[in-house]
Every structure is written in structure tokens, then in C-alpha cells.
Design a protein around this ligand. Structure first.
Ligand SMILES: Cc1cc2nc3c(=O)[nH]c(=O)nc-3n(C[C@H](O)[C@H](O)[C@H](O)COP(=O)(O)OP(=O)(O)OC[C@H]3O[C@@H](n4cnc5c(N)ncnc54)[C@H](O)[C@@H]3O)c2cc1C
Ligand SMILES: NC(=O)c1ccc[n+]([C@@H]2O[C@H](COP(=O)([O-])OP(=O)(O)OC[C@H]3O[C@@H](n4cnc5c(N)ncnc54)[C@H](O)[C@@H]3O)[C@@H](O)[C@H]2O)c1
Length: 483
């Protein structure tokens, strides 16, 4: 066994690990990055990027099939070539992965170790069976993986996860998606729009990331109009049958149905990759899921020399959070013991369905926990169904709820489903991080006719409810028609 000594070891060469490595290198030359799988990151290989490529193809098919209301007719069938769809996704995915791999190639060889790391002690890691590494400080950046009931493994090759979808060479005919969360909705809706028969099954009524019951109910209605979605399903049996899967379930009318699908996609959540790290060999404080608890401002765990970042931390499993956490953890591992708090931004999340979904700042559930008992917050609302620009573009589906604090009038957060929610969410997140009040937001410029006028309507509604502005005018002509 080879023996090495370093100042900082980073376990995991994904987004958080690469950010940690770079940040640690600014403080010491003695840093090693350990990767147990392939470099290239989850985001580029099987996450953010290929999922958005699939969505782009689906959007293109959907738009081509829905021109008639504008008086524009694409005569003949819109033909979807599954092989070409998947070819573009794989080609572009490989291109994105290539950029990451090129960047990793630029890291000196002596700074990289290939193999799975496990803890032997608080300062010792074993890498496969080839290296014993002693590190003064360690960053855990091992990412996450899909979590689903073990019994589903009986479905063999018919059970798939998101990783498998992006390696397809053609589209299947049918699929059952379990989990109408972020991944299930993005992939399920796209596949439906590309001509795949989709059945979507959820648990307990949860749809998307919502905590606001009205916004969630709206989303459920919109998606259910497009494909079969039962957010609180009863699935009695799933068995392999002649190369397919036979599913027996009780439908939304209470009638037993038996359907055959080619694949079952498990999109029922993800779990941090910390269970095979040998953490039993050290004394570290864990949360209820067995994940080391870390200070969100320093990413330091209860073992002062061990830091954690990215999906592994069980905090906010998003790309920009992984990058931010990685930078904080790596920098603190580099400068230890003089650790510093890092920049934590206002929370923002977008789901690239149609309509899009977004969450900003505090969720309604968090607002309720903080201010619910004293009734110290108000909710401003806008429906996008009659919103001018949304209607012009026939994208007039959506509901936005914005929460603000009574008295101060400060923006607390928002939950929404609606057109271009990714952009509206950025406006709101920037305002949130700047600790703006609803009145200050209303002082900002709004062009006409734009979807942002819908945000203004929700802000006006909110300001009136906060008793900081006048009551809403129902037919406000000076705002511009359909604002
Ligand atoms: C389908 C899908 C779509 C997504 N879309 C978005 C999106 O649109 N926007 C967004 O913000 N986020 C999105 N995400 C989430 C985002 O991809 C993750 O939050 C992010 O990639 C996490 O980065 P990470 O560095 O924590 O993990 P990873 O990039 O997974 O890196 C972890 C690395 O650690 C390695 N590793 C694990 N265990 C060991 C070990 N013992 N020893 C050595 N190495 C080890 C792994 O091989 C891996 O390379 C999506 C995720 C999925 C699955
Ligand atoms: N656009 C984006 O930013 C994006 C896209 C994809 C993934 N992600 C990240 O990946 C994370 C994981 O996504 P996810 O969709 O796997 O998790 P999720 O937590 O968003 O959704 C899981 C869903 O599965 C349901 N579920 C759980 N067990 C079930 C069962 N046995 N049967 C049926 N349904 C069941 C849950 O009720 C929930 O609705 C997200 O939280 C997000 O951070 C982000």
C-alpha cells in the first residue's frame, strides 16, 4: 500500500469537490482530489445538462404541434425521430462532459487519486486497496444517488434511474414514472411530449417542490390535464412480464387497472453518498438521515478538521449550492484553524417543466414555522390566466404566491408555477437577497407588456394586504391592458 501525506484531501471530483480543490489550493499546495468514479460531474453527465437537453427537444415537439390557435398550420404529422432526439442529447451531453474533463486534465497528476475513499480515522483515508492517505483536513464532497424501495430491484433491467435515460439510443413506447418531484416532472413531461406514453405515480399528494397547498393543487391540475398523474397513488403490484413491466394500480376513479410499460423510472428522491465512507470508524455527529451535520456558513462538521459540501451535505441539493458550499469548505480546509463564514445567497430553485416551477427565499412552510403562529405575514397572489403578455403567447397558465412580513413589509419568499418562472425567480431572489420591502420592489421599473407585470400585480395585492398600499384596482387601465 502506497503511503501519502497531504494538508487537504477532497473526496469526490464533482462540482463541490472541484470547487473545494481549487479553493484549498489558494492556501496550500498540498491538496489531493480523490475520485471513485468518472470525472465529469453529475450535473454534466446525468443531471442538469442532459435533462435540459431532453426538455429542449420536448419543447420543440410541443411547439410544433400547437401552432393552430395562432392560425398557423403545420400540415402533416410532426414526426419525432427518437434515435435523432437521443443522439443530440448524448452528443451535447458529451460535449459538456468534455469541458469538465478538460479542466480536470489541467490539474497536476500528483494532485489526483483514482479510487473510492473510506475513513480509517479522522485523519486517515484508504483509497481502494492501493493508497493510505494521511490528511490534516478532509472535505467530503461525494454527491448523492437515487433512493427507491429495494424491492423494485426485482424489475431487473426494466427499472431505470435518470442516468439510464440519457444513455438511451431511442425513445421507448411507454414508461411509468414513480415520484412527481423535480426529476419525475422534468423527465416525465418531456417524454410524454416526445410521444412516450407516461403514467406518473406519487405518494401522499406531493407534486413538485411546493409547500404552498394552493400552488401545489394548481400544479397538479395543470400536469394532470396533460398526462396521467396520480399524486397519491395505490400501486398493488409491479412484475416483469415478457420483457416489460405489468403494473396493477387503483386509478383516480377507484377502479383497478392493469397496464404494461417498457420501463419503470425511479424518481423518488436522492440520498447523500455517505453510507459507504467508513464514517463508523470516526466519531462524528449525524442528522436523522445519518449525514454529518455541518454549519451552513463554514461547512465544518462536528469534527473540526472535516468539512462537507454539495449533495453529500443533505442541505440544498442544487448545482450552484454545491459550487458555493465546495468553495467555502475547500477554503476553510485550506486556512484551518482560521476558518471564516462564506457567502450564502438567497435560496432559489427552478424546475424546467412547462409551465416552469420556482421557489425563492423561504418556502410557505418555512414562513409558517417562523411567523405562522402570530399571523405576522401576508400572501400576495397573481394568476397568469388573464395576464396580458402570457395570454398573447398562449402561455397563460400559472399561479404566483409571494410572502412578506407584516410591519416591515419585507419580502420573505415565493412559490410559483408559471411562464418563464426561471426569470421571475431571479428577480425575486435578487430582491430577497437585497432585503427589499414590497414597496421598494414596486418602485422598480416595469416594462409593458411583459410577464413581470404579473409579479407587479402580486406585489400590489401583497402591499394592500400588508396595509402599506392602496387596495387593488380591479380594472387598472393605466397599468396597461392585461397587466
Ligand atoms: C436528473 C437531474 C437533474 C438535475 N438538474 C439540476 C438543475 O437543473 N439545476 C440544478 O441546480 N441542479 C440540478 N440537479 C442537481 C445537481 O446535479 C447536483 O446538486 C450537483 O450535481 C451535486 O454536485 P456534487 O458535487 O455534490 O456531486 P457530484 O457531481 O455527484 O460529485 C460527487 C463525486 O463524488 C464521487 N464519489 C462518491 N463517493 C466517493 C468515494 N467514496 N470516494 C471517491 N469519490 C467518490 C462520485 O463519483 C462523484 O464524481 C440535477 C440532478 C439530477 C440527478
Ligand atoms: N431543475 C432542477 O433544479 C433540478 C432538476 C432535477 C433534480 N434536482 C435536484 O435533485 C433532487 C432530487 O430530485 P427528485 O425528483 O429525485 O426528488 P424530490 O424529492 O423532488 O421528489 C421525489 C418525489 O417522489 C415521491 N415519492 C417518494 N417515494 C415514493 C414512492 N414510493 N412512490 C411514488 N412516489 C414517491 C415524493 O413524494 C416526491 O414527490 C431535487 O430535490 C433537486 O434538488 C434539481
Amino acid at each position: 500500500m502506497k503511503k501519502l501525506n497531504v494538508d487537504v484531501a477532497v473526496i469526490g471530483g464533482g462540482t463541490a469537490g472541484l470547487a473545494s480543490y481549487r479553493a484549498a489550493k489558494e492556501h496550500t499546495d498540498s491538496v489531493v482530489l480523490i475520485e471513485g468514479g468518472k470525472f465529469g460531474t453529475t450535473c454534466a453527465r446525468v443531471g442538469c445538462m442532459p435533462s435540459k437537453l431532453l426538455i429542449a427537444a420536448a419543447e420543440s415537439a410541443h411547439n410544433a404541434q400547437h401552432t393552430a390557435p395562432f392560425g398557423v398550420f403545420v400540415d402533416g404529422d410532426v414526426r419525432i425521430d427518437g434515435q435523432k432526439v437521443m443522439q443530440r442529447i448524448r452528443d451535447e451531453r458529451d460535449r459538456f462532459v468534455g469541458f469538465v474533463v478538460d479542466a480536470v486534465d489541467g490539474i497536476p497528476d500528483q494532485d489526483k487519486l483514482i479510487g473510492k475513499a473510506t475513513f480509517i480515522s479522522e485523519t486517515e483515508l484508504q483509497i481502494d486497496d492501493h493508497t493510505l492517505l494521511t490528511a490534516k483536513r478532509i472535505v467530503i464532497a461525494t454527491g448523492s444517488r437515487p433512493a427507491y424501495p429495494a424491492v423494485w430491484n426485482d424489475l431487473g433491467d426494466n427499472l431505470i434511474i435518470n442516468d439510464d435515460v440519457f444513455n438511451w439510443t431511442d425513445l421507448p413506447k411507454s414508461i411509468a414514472v414513480f415520484g412527481p418531484g423535480v426529476i419525475g416532472l422534468e423527465l416525465g413531461q418531456s417524454l410524454h411530449r416526445l410521444g412516450v406514453e407516461v403514467l406518473m405515480f406519487g405518494m401522499g399528494g406531493q407534486v413538485g417542490p411546493f409547500t404552498d397547498p394552493e400552488v401545489m393543487a394548481y400544479a397538479q391540475k395543470i400536469f394532470s390535464e396533460e398526462f396521467y398523474l396520480d399524486a397519491d397513488s395505490t400501486v398493488k403490484e409491479m412484475i416483469q412480464k415478457e420483457g416489460n413491466v405489468q403494473i396493477t394500480y387503483i386509478d383516480k376513479q377507484g377502479i383497478e387497472q392493469v397496464k404494461i410499460v417498457e420501463y419503470v423510472l425511479a424518481a423518488t428522491g436522492r440520498r447523500p453518498n455517505i453510507d459507504n465512507l467508513g464514517l463508523d470508524n470516526i466519531t462524528i455527529e449525524n442528522d436523522s438521515r445519518g449525514v454529518p451535520i455541518a454549519d451552513p456558513f463554514t461547512m465544518q462538521t462536528s469534527v473540526p478538521t472535516i468539512f462537507i459540501a454539495g449533495d453529500a451535505s443533505n442541505q440544498i441539493p442544487l448545482l450552484h449550492e454545491a459550487a458555493d458550499q465546495g468553495k467555502i469548505a475547500g477554503s476553510n480546509a485550506g486556512v484551518y484553524p482560521n476558518i471564516r463564514v462564506g457567502l450564502r445567497r438567497s435560496s432559489i430553485a427552478a424546475v424546467f417543466t412547462d409551465p416552469q416551477i420556482a421557489m425563492v427565499g423561504l418556502s410557505r412552510k418555512q414562513v409558517m414555522e417562523k411567523l405562522g403562529s402570530c399571523g405576522c405575514f401576508e400572501t400576495g397572489a397573481v394568476s397568469f390566466e388573464d395576464q396580458g403578455r402570457s395570454r398573447v403567447m398562449l402561455k397563460n397558465k400559472g399561479l404566483l404566491h409571494i410572502y412578506a412580513e407584516q410591519g416591515t413589509g419585507r419580502l420573505l419568499g415565493a412559490e410559483m408555477i408559471g411562464p418563464q418562472a426561471e426569470h421571475l425567480a431571479h428577480l425575486l431572489a435578487w430582491a430577497h437577497q437585497n432585503r427589499m420591502t414590497i414597496s421598494q420592489m414596486l418602485d422598480m421599473p416595469f416594462y409593458h407588456p411583459v410577464i413581470e407585470e404579473g409579479v407587479r400585480t402580486a406585489l400590489r395585492d401583497l402591499n394592500a394586504k400588508l396595509r402599506l398600499g392602496s387596495a387593488m384596482i380591479s380594472e387598472c387601465m393605466e397599468c396597461g391592458p392585461g397587466c
